[in-house]
Structure formats: structure tokens, C-alpha cells
Design a protein around this ligand. Structure first.
Ligand SMILES: [Mg+2]
Length: 329
């Protein structure tokens, strides 16, 4: 079967079914990070691959931002398990004609974020390649019980951190002519696109207090990633369109496209999680510890109702929208 038909998630499922097992694998392929036990304890491990021309275009991003983002997306996966990142392994494919100063700039971006979260760069590899290829692996410490995607129950509330859609809308506006009046707002959106903030404090506090029943980071779009929670937890979900947290810059610039980017834009790197309704008050009070706002956007329903987005009148929106899949066109 062609990869374009199988899709990214079909491919991952095939790999998962045939993957050799091993001792100490508590959570393997299919969540935000793996969880493995070893001699003295256990670790969370995650990896990501970024390829020039597929994930980024050097005409539209700086090497600094690229370094920053290549680590941020991995830290976001550790956050989604409720863990604390500790070590990174960075491997690079680099075109031979690239100036070494530009690679220094890449490492400056990577190291800036690593220092902020006390992550040590402990190894990796470099090699010559036709375009830039970035492979990052992050190893972290798990909470007592890492939060996986499969723990949501019918009746759970659904929450998201921060705001949605900024990154995707910013990316879209990169290609458009802009007027000076909204240049400042566009810059804010682009900052979110180039330098996403991994929600480590929020993930850790939700896991430590056993408040999140299921969690994922929003990398491929809210609906797509919510679909992963629903699939793993065997629930459906209702999302209230009016409740989606949108930034002032998003509201100013989204125009008639409304919440399209918030629902399926992707690259938000916010945390999407589920929690029991009896914990509402405790979650409302978390803001100070989470270092980001948390918004209740829906609830889990029985699986056969799938994912429905309701408008302010309670009517389902027609949603042909899909999130990101690397192989499907
Ligand atoms: Mg993830």
C-alpha cells in the first residue's frame, strides 16, 4: 500500500504491531513518549525528525529559531506525559556548503531552550546531507504515573492550555502581504510559530496531582490530537467552538476563517487533557503552578458520537477539517 494512502498514523500502527518488545517497556510506541524501567528507576524517551523542505524553509525561519523549535517539540512530548526533561541527543545532517556560523546559530537556539529547562546535551551525530535533517531525542524523568492517552472516561471534561491556532495562522500570514496596522499582531503569531513554549510546568503539576486522566500535546491540530485521545480511550468528544481559547492577535487576524486554525491548524504545542468533573475547582486554581491559562473546552461522550464541535446555538459545525498527516496529501 502506498504511504500516501496508509497515512502517517497507519504507518505508525504497522510499525507498532511488528516492533520487537523488550524488558522494562511500560509504554511503547503510540503515545507522546515511551516509558521504560531500568535498574534504578524509569525514564521517558521521545524523538522527533525535522527535514528541510518538509518541516521548514530556511527562507522563512532563522537557524536560531530552528534550533529552539527542534528541542521545544520534544520537550512538549515529555510535558504531555507529565515528565521532566533531562538529557538530549541531537543528530544533524548538514549540506557541506553551509557556513559553520549558521550551525553555531542553530546550536545557540537549541542551547538557549536547553538551559532554560536544565536539559543537558549529551551526544548525537553529524553527517553531510543534501538538505538539513535534524533528529532530536530527549530522555526525561517520569512522574509517579505518566499520563498516557488512554485514560479518559465518558463524562470527563476536556481542557487545553494557552491559546490555539496562533502558530498556524501566523504561518499562513507569512506568505501574505501585510499592512503595517497589524504587523505587531502578526509578529506575535509568528513568535508562537517559531518559538513554541513547551508546557512543562502544566504537564508536571497535572500529573503530580493525578488530575489529568489522559493527555497529549497539540502538534497536529486540536481535532486530530483529540482523535488520538478518543481512539486510545474509546470515547467520543464534544467541543464548544465558543470556548476555544483564542489570542487577541488571532481574533484580530483570523477574519472569516473563525476557529479553523484553532481546530486543525497544528503546531500549537499546548497540552490537551481530560479530567474528572469533580476536579474542576482544583484545575481552575492551577494557573499559578501551571504558568499558563487553562480553558475547559468540552467533554468526553460515548464513543459512537465521535468528535462533534458545537456552535454557540448548540448546533454541530460541518467539519471537513482534518489535522496534519505527514504522508497523506
Ligand atoms: Mg505529541
Amino acid at each position: 500500500m502506498k504511504l500516501s494512502r496508509l497515512g502517517e498514523f497507519g504507518l505508525i500502527e504497522r510499525i507498532r504491531r511488528r516492533a520487537p518488545g523488550g524488558r522494562g517497556v511500560r509504554i511503547g510506541i503510540g503515545d507522546d513518549a515511551a516509558w521504560v524501567s531500568h535498574g534504578s528507576g524509569s525514564s521517558l524517551i521521545t524523538a522527533d525528525l525535522l527535514i528541510e523542505g518538509v518541516h521548514f524553509d530556511l527562507k522563512r525561519t532563522s537557524l536560531f529559531a530552528l534550533g529552539y523549535k527542534s528541542l521545544a517539540v520534544n520537550l512538549s512530548d515529555i510535558a504531555a506525559m507529565g515528565g521532566t526533561p533531562a538529557y538530549a541527543i541531537l543528530s544533524l545532517g548538514i549540506p557541506g556548503n553551509l557556513d559553520s556560523k549558521r550551525i553555531d546559530e542553530f546550536y545557540r537556539g537549541f542551547n538557549a531552550l536547553a538551559k532554560q529547562y536544565d536539559v543537558a546535551l549529551i551526544g548525537g551525530d553529524t553527517n553531510v546531507a543534501e538538505s538539513i535533517i535534524i533528529s532530536v531525542c530527549v530522555i526525561g524523568h517520569p512522574p509517579l504515573r505518566p499520563v498516557c492517552r488512554s485514560g479518559a472516561k465518558v463524562g470527563d471534561d476536556i481542557y487545553v492550555t494557552g491559546t490555539l491556532g496562533d502558530s498556524a495562522l501566523g504561518f499562513k500570514l507569512l506568505h501574505k502581504k501585510v499592512t503595517s496596522t497589524n504587523r505587531h499582531s502578526i509578529a506575535q503569531l509568528l513568535e508562537r510559530h517559531h518559538k513554541p513554549t513547551p508546557r512543562l510546568a502544566a504537564g508536571a503539576v497535572l500529573a503530580r496531582r493525578h488530575l489529568a486522566t489522559a493527555m497529549i500535546d497539540v502538534s497536529d491540530g486540536l481535532l486530530q490530537d483529540l482523535g488520538h485521545i478518543c481512539g486510545a480511550s474509546n470515547t467520543g468528544a464534544v467541543i464548544w467552538n465558543e470556548q476555544l481559547p483564542l489570542s487577541p492577535a488571532y481574533r484580530e487576524l483570523a477574519g472569516k476563517e473563525g476557529t479553523v486554525y484553532a481546530l486543525s491548524g497544528g503546531e500549537d504545542y499546548e497540552l490537551l487533557f481530560c479530567a474528572r468533573p469533580r476536579h474542576r475547582k482544583r484545575i481552575e486554581k492551577l494557573k499559578a503552578f501551571a504558568q499558563v491559562k487553562i480553558t475547559r473546552i468540552g467533554s468526553c461522550v460515548s464513543a459512537d458520537r465521535r468528535i462533534t464541535v458545537l456552535d454557540s446555538g448548540g448546533k454541530p459545525l460541518a467539519l471537513p477539517i482534518k489535522g496534519h498527516d505527514h504522508f497523506k496529501k
